[in-house]
Design a protein around this ligand. Structure first.
Ligand SMILES: Nc1ncnc2c1ncn2[C@@H]1O[C@H](COP(=O)(O)OP(=O)(O)OP(=O)(O)O)[C@@H](O)[C@H]1O
Length: 691
């Protein structure tokens, strides 16, 4: 029996609907089973209107006494119903003429919603409802009603119909879902069977512990969470095995170029940098591809380490690709690598999605002909980019790339028998519990020392009401020859909205800071424009740089000593830490002002206090994980590879040891289960298989 089943075989799924579902990552019937409810409504009971409590959702049934369209600033449909115990008002801001007719006086209506106190007693705004025909009685639901995460064009009733069909197929055995968890997977208890867990989660009985379900700590969900964590962990381990199953070029010759490079550097590498370089050299000289993560707090000097690794590959006659997640960062690498390596006769090539036409053709030609160093964005790994002798891939800020990109990287070397080495640089300190899943099995180096002469950044947390004072502080800093950043943040908004906000702030600050030179960068600016602006800032031709979070990582301007971050309470702490890391990069005393919009809640206050008290990225990340979820540790838009359907690394961290143990057992003895789990939760297992 095939596990995979086409969604269009279901009633109600035509090509349009299939496309919408595909946008949510749902392609097969079994995918629906793993699309889990967000919350539940209890429609198994009717409550008397007289017993309704404000704020508590409930289902009631009553007779329509009156319905009218009330015209005001916004017209609305207002319906009054009663059931002998009390009276309730229903309000609809969006309605059709037909709806008004439906609510004929005397009709019976059943509705579900949250009652709240209104002008005329209790009311429900936009309840879900159905009208019962004269004399008709409608059975109550016998299960809790699941509410699913959704998207434009898929209503809750559609989700119910679709999941009903999927659950029926499961019950009838038309859809085979194998049990893939070993019996000892959950300590102290036999895990629920997959089928009963799914049935329970999609259609819980009326007496289910809804609070536990919503927080996803019910045993039925924990059973899935453990599977999911296990699958991700296995995928990473397979990847690492696959790596070991291949040979890599042995990059074991050292050369004059490295000595020249070190001699030309204006500083001595720190002990930590030297140690990490040694670790990398040892890997590069080995038989199998290196897969090493270099952690280094902001400003710890990862770029030098990367450059030395690149030189080692080049000296040995291989190509190096340096890949960054954004154009801005990639451009900065291009500049730094160019400045450092050009004197040694190495000119970096540049490739991003924006390089097109003739320029692209000529870069591709150079890469195919063996250009020693190529810098760019993920465009470096796309189809059509053929390397002559790729020996090393350096990835900056890896957590923004998913596990799939990492696969693509690994495949790039496949033309020949040798696979390239990989070096992954990250400034985001990842707490151990997260690293175990996200980077399972990877070698890790830590640059745990800052270059000498840095003075810690002092941080102040101020209310937006003190904006005037903050602007004066910027003026004072710039007038004394320093430079400053002003970061505008708007989370979850489009690039366009962010850009507008930044433009408005830049205007305001230009006005307020008459004599100063104010520059602006945001994601909507042309790459050349952004780069020109950044270069001007670096050269000291701009005093104040207004920016969106595009400057978050990697930007290096030692003379900038003041960082202002607006709406700091909305950002993840690690993101704040990275932003703050843009200052304090020289010997001068630097400061950072975190502006919040009052009032500030308790939790938000505690989080900002951590920023005030600590400049240690690891401590900040651990605290962040403690106070919020892992999504925030990596910053809301950075979760790429850590997005789970059921599991939550903060809440389920306790499961990770078990996950590792089970993984050990499965990998050694049960390849079939391993592949099944990876396919179910992560993606096509053949991608990960040890081919
Ligand atoms: N050993 C050192 N001594 C003095 N300065 C150094 C040393 N290593 C690096 N630097 C300088 O410190 C600054 C930060 O280095 P780099 O940009 O490599 O940091 P990073 O680790 O990439 O930080 P971030 O993650 O914040 O981008 C640069 O100006 C660099 O030239």
């Amino acid at each position: 029996m095939p596990e995979a089943d086409d969604l269009t075989a279901l009633a109600g799924v035509g090509p349009k609907m299939a496309e919408r579902l595909a946008n949510l990552g749902l392609h097969q019937v079994r995918d629906l089973l793993f699309h889990l409810p967000l919350r539940y409504e209890d429609r198994t009971r009717l409550r008397a209107i007289g017993e309704l409590l404000p704020g508590a959702p409930a289902q009631v049934e009553g007779r329509v006494d009156h319905a009218a369209i009330v015209r005001g600033r916004r017209s609305m449909l207002v319906v009054s119903i009663s059931d002998g115990t009390g009276r309730l008002t229903l309000r609809f801001f969006h309605f059709t003429a037909r709806q008004k007719q439906q609510f004929a006086t005397g009709a019976t209506v059943r509705c579900y919603g949250e009652a709240r106190g209104g002008f005329q007693g209790l009311e429900m705004v936009h309840p879900t409802y159905s009208l019962l025909r004269e004399g008709q009685s409608k059975p109550l639901a016998d299960r809790l009603t699941s509410i699913y995460p959704s998207t434009e064009g898929i209503g809750q009733s559609t989700w119910t119909r679709l999941t009903d069909q999927a659950l029926a197929q499961l019950a009838e055995g038309k859809l085979a879902l194998q049990e893939l968890l070993p019996e000892n997977a959950m300590t102290g208890q036999r895990p629920m069977s997959l089928e009963s867990a799914l049935n329970y989660i999609h259609r819980p009985p009326p007496d289910a512990d809804v609070a536990a379900l919503v927080e996803r700590r019910h045993p039925a969900q924990q059973r899935l969470a453990i599977e999911e964590l296990l699958a991700h962990h296995l995928a990473m381990r397979l990847l690492n095995r696959r790596k070991r199953a291949h040979d890599a070029p042995r990059l074991d010759q050292d050369g004059e170029l490295e000595r020249q490079f070190l001699a030309a550097l204006p500083f001595e590498p720190t002990r930590a940098q030297a140690r990490v370089c040694e670790e990398i050299r040892a890997d590069l000289a080995g038989r199998h591809p290196m897969l090493r993560l270099v952690h280094g707090d902001v400003g710890s000097g990862k770029t030098v380490v990367a450059a030395l690794a690149a030189l080692r590959a080049i000296v040995n006659g291989y190509q190096v690709a340096v890949m960054a997640p954004t154009e801005l960062l990639a451009e900065q690498h291009l500049r730094v690598f160019g400045d450092w390596l050009r004197p040694l006769g190495i000119e970096p090539a540049w490739l991003s999605g924006k390089v097109t036409g003739k320029a692209r053709a000529s870069v591709l030609e150079a890469i195919a002909a063996g250009a020693p160093l190529v810098v760019g964005t993920h465009a470096l790994m796309q189809d059509g980019v053929e390397y002559a002798r790729l020996g090393l891939v350096i990835v900056d800020e890896q957590h923004r790339f998913g596990v799939h990109q990492r696969m693509a990287l690994m495949r790039k070397g496949e033309a020949g028998a040798l696979r390239p080495h990989q070096l992954i640089m990250t400034a985001t300190p990842i707490p151990r519990t997260l690293a175990m899943t996200a980077y399972a099995g990877m070698e890790v180096s830590v640059i745990d020392e800052l270059p000498p002469g840095r003075t810690p950044v002092t941080t102040a947390v101020l209310s937006a009401e003190r904006r005037g004072e903050i602007i004066r502080r910027v003026a004072a800093a710039c007038e004394s020859g320093r430079q400053a950043y002003w970061v505008c943040t708007l989370i979850e908004e489009s690039d366009a909205v962010q850009a507008q906000a930044a433009e408005a702030v830049a205007l305001e600050l230009r006005d307020a800071l008459g004599g100063l030179r104010v520059g602006l960068v945001h994601g909507r600016k042309k790459a050349a424009d952004k780069q020109a602006r950044m270069l001007a800032f670096k050269a000291g031709e701009i005093d104040l740089l207004v920016a969106t979070t595009v400057i978050e990582v990697g930007v290096d301007v030692p003379n900038a000593t003041l960082m202002i971050i607006e709406n700091a309470e909305r950002l993840g702490l690690s993101q704040l830490h990275q932003l703050r890391g843009r200052v304090g990069r020289g010997a001068k005393q630097s400061s950072c002002v975190l502006i919040y919009d009052p009032p500030l809640g308790d939790l938000a206050r505690q989080r900002l206090d951590i920023m005030r008290e600590s400049t240690d990225g690891f401590r900040i990340a651990e605290k962040d994980l403690e106070l919020r979820g892992p999504g925030d540790v990596l910053g809301t838009r950075q979760t790429g590879m850590l997005q789970f359907r059921v599991a939550d690394l903060g809440r389920d961290a306790g499961l990770l040891n078990t996950v590792q143990e089970i993984a050990d057992g499965l990998l050694d003895n049960h390849p079939h289960q391993v592949n099944g789990l990876v396919r179910r939760w992560v993606g096509d297992a053949t991608e990960f298989a040890g081919v």
